[in-house]
Design a protein around this ligand. Structure first.
Ligand code: HAM
Length: 403
């Protein structure tokens, strides 16, 4: 027997119903802000991710050589691919360019609850502007996406890596180790001075160290969000694992998830020049789709697998008739199934009921002789004979009501 590869999952119909429901809710919010969907390949030249995506992600990449000897990698994220797409084909498009995506990404990590080797991200990239209102709006898409999906228990934290790195630079401590300790909130391995700086969130301290223009920008972004009623915490201790961030950064946590509680992350970054495009300000984020679903399910989120409205039971002589009739009903937009196992009427009715079918249409010997069809209402148990046209019109109304 084969087992699925470590860190991957199969999704049954119930889970897929939940996933599609969440996907649609998130899409709605992204599109309400004018973002339009794009799709890029699941694998890219490894080179695309090298240097730009940070050490952590590089260690976690699935890399391979194809038969032509090309070095390829399964994408560990979608920002670099989307910016590669932009540099290649979209530089002339009117700005700001608002692109969003939904797709799976791959990271060779140690799997645990909420951490997978294949998972899904829904994210966006805002290309061509970095005004405070642009960044504030980008962050509010993430906030609204969570709220509109129904998530109650989450925390949005906003920081600024330029202010943070400037401070560390001045203190001679701008090292990968320090950034990693800050990112992991590993307070024990941080000096008191760093702890004070990143946890105090004191604007005066920021002005003392941070580049004045960046401090102003950061404060303006916060001001706009505050006046719009977006709830957040200031957190200069966000370092982000990826190397391309250049200014305001943010993360969203769902505390109920425990260790793997980060459900979204992003910020302002620089990648366009690296990919050979004209310099252009960019920002974006990605929602960890699977973790967001886990957090929602802890709060009671669920979805129903839609059942069929009609189940058709033919006798042996009416199979062809039932087959065409079922196709006719589907053309009218109904969910219709036909008995495919030649079960007797009793067993077929039982099957219809376990499938949750609302109506059963019986086309037996009797019905054939009388040129009628029998309609059985599975809720009331009532059964009556109707002509084909009558039946279609009854079902059309009944099934479209969502009954
Ligand atoms: P990231 O923080 O690496 O950012 O990933 C975004 C989200 O993906 C995380 O917040 C987390 O919820 C989820 N995630 C990460 N690793 C796993 C895993 N192994 N299993 C399940 N979920 C996971 C990015 O990827 C950036 N590209 C975001 C961005 C877009 N920045 C600018 N634009």
């Amino acid at each position: 027997m084969f087992e699925r590869p470590r860190g991957t999952r199969d999704f049954g119909p119930e889970e897929m119903a939940e996933r599609r429901k969440l996907e649609n809710l998130l899409r709605k919010t992204f599109e309400s802000y004018g973002y339009r969907e794009v799709m890029t390949p699941t694998f890219e030249h490894t080179e695309l991710f090298v240097e730009r995506s940070g050490e952590a992600i590089l260690d976690e990449m699935y890399v391979f050589k194809d038969k032509g000897g090309r070095e390829l990698a399964l994408r560990p994220e979608l920002t670099a691919p989307v910016m590669r797409f932009y540099a290649q084909d979209m530089q002339r498009h009117p700005k700001p360019l608002k692109l969003y995506y939904f797709g799976q990404v791959f990271r060779y990590e140690r799997p645990q609850k909420g951490r997978y080797r294949e998972f899904w991200q829904m994210g966006l990239e805002l290309i061509g502007t970095d005004t405070p209102e642009a960044t504030a709006e980008m962050i509010s898409v993430a906030y609204d996406a969570m709220t509109n999906a129904g998530l109650k228990n989450f925390i949005l934290r906003i920081g600024d890596v330029r202010i943070l790195k400037d401070f560390l630079e001045k203190k001679g401590m701008n090292t990968r180790e320090t950034l990693r300790a800050i990112d992991k909130k590993d307070a024990e391995n941080l000096s008191r001075e760093i702890r004070e700086f990143i946890y105090a969130n004191n604007p005066e301290k920021m002005e003392e160290y941070g580049p004045a223009d960046e401090v102003d920008h950061y404060m303006e972004v916060l001001e706009i969000l505050k006046s719009a009623g977006v709830e957040y915490e200031m957190d200069l201790g966000i370092a982000r694992g990826l190397d391309y961030y250049s200014g305001v950064v943010f993360e969203i946590d769902a505390p109920a998830l425990g260790a793997e509680k980060q459900i979204c992350g992003g910020g302002e970054y620089r990648l366009a020049e690296l990919f050979g495009a004209q310099p252009v300000p960019t920002s974006g984020f990605a929602i960890g789709f699977d973790r967001t679903l886990l957090a929602l399910k802890k709060e009671g989120f669920g979805a129903e697998v839609p059942g069929s409205c009609v189940y058709i039971i033919p006798s042996e002589k009416s199979i062809a008739l039932a087959f065409s009739f079922s196709r006719k009903l589907r053309k009218d937009g109904m969910r219709v199934e036909m008995e495919l196992g030649r079960r007797g009427i009793g067993k077929a009715l039982k099957k219809a009921s376990t499938l949750g079918a609302r109506y059963v249409v019986i086309i037996g010997e009797d019905e054939l002789r009388k040129s009628v069809l029998s309609l059985k209402d599975m809720k009331t148990g009532e059964q009556r004979e109707l002509s084909e046209d009558e039946l279609i019109s009854v079902l059309k109304t009944a099934c479209q009501k969502g009954d």
